[in-house]
Design a protein around this ligand. Structure first.
Ligand code: FAD
Length: 171
């Protein structure tokens, strides 16, 4: 038996066990983003961890947005979105944009580009929607990258339903 298996044997359960499905997905550590868009002059933001790179040539990214989220319709209408990758100090922003009340200052946006990005984020990009694919109760929006920005720092990490920081994080 391998070291990992000896430490704790994995349990196998039915694939339609929703609680277990959530637990398994929660074992995939990720960064946290705020997806933004602007419609009729109003900015809307939403916390999302379902973000990935899609292609290098051309530069494409993919986000998965729940079909009942307000942001879903806003992106369908605006045809563009921003991604702000949160800094380790921005846990409050993650909670705020997930609709969980927190006692922090209202988040500020950087309006240098047509789709605002969250101020103080570790990195950001703006993309125009190239394609959209239905994925059960979510939609996968494929975006062509139009703008990029990045700074030094450490990311906010989401793992097993909680927020974490990298132990060794200078980048
Ligand atoms: P709302 O719930 O109305 O908006 C979200 C919050 O943002 C509200 O509190 C609102 O007041 C605030 N807000 C919006 N715009 C502004 C603004 N301009 N200024 C100040 N505040 C503003 N869902 C997914 O579909 N995909 C994911 O990948 C995903 N990942 C998640 C990861 C984590 C860690 C968490 C906690 C949640 C995740 N969610 C994800 C769930 C999603 O964040 C929530 O369901 C969210 O509340 C849906 O947002 P909404 O667009 O329906 O709008």
């Amino acid at each position: 038996m391998s070291e990992g298996a000896a430490a704790q044997a994995a349990q196998t359960v039915a694939a339609d066990d929703l609680q277990c499905f959530r637990r398994v997905l929660g074992r995939f550590a990720s960064g946290i983003t705020i997806v933004t868009t602007k419609l009729e002059g109003r900015v809307h933001g939403m916390t999302a961890s379902a973000f990935m790179s899609g292609s290098l040539h051309p530069p494409l990214v993919v986000i998965s947005i729940g079909r009942t989220a307000k942001l879903h319709d806003y992106i369908e209408h605006s045809g563009a979105f921003g991604i702000s990758i949160l800094d380790e100090a921005q846990e409050g922003h993650s909670r705020h944009f997930a609709g969980q009340p927190v006692h922090v200052h209202e988040p500020l946006f950087d309006e240098q580009v047509d789709i605002p990005l969250v101020q103080g984020a570790l990195a950001g990009l703006v993309a125009t929607v190239e394609d959209a694919h239905r994925c059960g109760d979510h939609t996968l929006f494929v975006g062509q990258v139009r703008h990029l920005q990045v700074r030094e720092g450490a990311p906010l990490i989401h793992f097993a339903g909680g927020y974490h920081q990298l132990a060794n994080s200078a980048a």
